[in-house]
Ligand binder design. Structure first.
Ligand code: DC
Length: 228
């Protein structure tokens, strides 16, 4: 690969299942390093939401691939928050719903959709660096990343974290229902034929069960050569 500015720009990948804390950790690590941030799950969720708006059938790969190419997705910093704009509408709140996550997980199993999103994700690699969070950042999208992290946590703890997040937002859900959804989504993400959820061979795995945010952030930052 030629040594283009993008290829020589450092990347840290942070992969893991939903509720492992990767979104929160990745955002803080990106801020501390002064690097760009890619929330790749938001791209899949955005396609899921756009497909819902267009009333597309989640079993129609052709329509979903067209939708992937046609959907405009933008990110906007607002204070500490990252707002996601889909086809000109601020869809941040809708993207966080379990329905958007479930649609994203189904859509993410379609190889042509994943292929259609590859270049879009790689375009986020810009100086001075990128923290990319998702499922296949270290295995498929940025296999040459200098730092790869895989975060996990027990399914019970992940369901508990989601429950608290959603309750704070006034969304009514049950812990049991969330746990069932998380286990179903884990199984779908880990067992799909293309880019299944798994740590890259050279990833550092961190189990965040019982850990607060700060120790995990410090542990991740300690992996960046020359930091600190
Ligand atoms: O990280 P998240 O929960 O926002 O991701 C939503 C769904 O998108 C998740 O079930 C799997 C899929 N996804 C993926 O397949 N690959 C990624 N890089 C990011 C997300």
């Amino acid at each position: 690969m030629p040594d283009t500015p993008a290829a020589s720009t450092p990347v840290m990948t942070i992969d893991g299942p939903s509720g492992s804390g990767k979104g929160t950790i990745s955002r803080i690590v990106a801020q501390r390093l002064g690097w760009h941030y890619l929330d790749s799950g938001a791209l899949y969720r955005a396609i899921g939401v756009a497909a819902g708006w267009a009333d597309l059938d989640l079993d129609d790969p052709g329509a979903l691939v067209r939708c992937t190419f046609d959907t405009e997705i933008g990110f906007r910093e607002q204070g500490d928050e990252l707002r996601v704009v889909v086809n000109g509408h601020d869809a941040t709140d809708e993207l966080r719903m379990e329905t958007a996550g479930a649609a994203a997980s189904a859509i993410a199993a379609i190889p042509a959709v994943r292929a259609a999103l590859k270049d879009r994700q790689r375009a986020f690699r810009k100086p001075p660096g990128l923290v990319a969070d998702g499922r296949d950042m270290g295995t498929v999208i940025f296999p040459d990343a200098g730092c790869k992290v895989f975060l996990t946590a027990s399914a019970d703890e992940r369901a508990d974290r989601r429950y608290k997040q959603l309750k704070d937002k006034g969304v009514s859900v049950t812990l049991d229902g969330l746990l069932r959804e998380i286990l179903a989504r884990d199984a779908r993400d880990a067992n799909r034929a293309v880019a299944p959820l798994r740590p890259a061979e050279d990833a550092v795995c961190i189990d965040t069960t019982g850990l607060g945010i700060d120790p995990v952030v410090e542990c991740v930052l300690a992996l960046v050569p020359g930091y600190g």
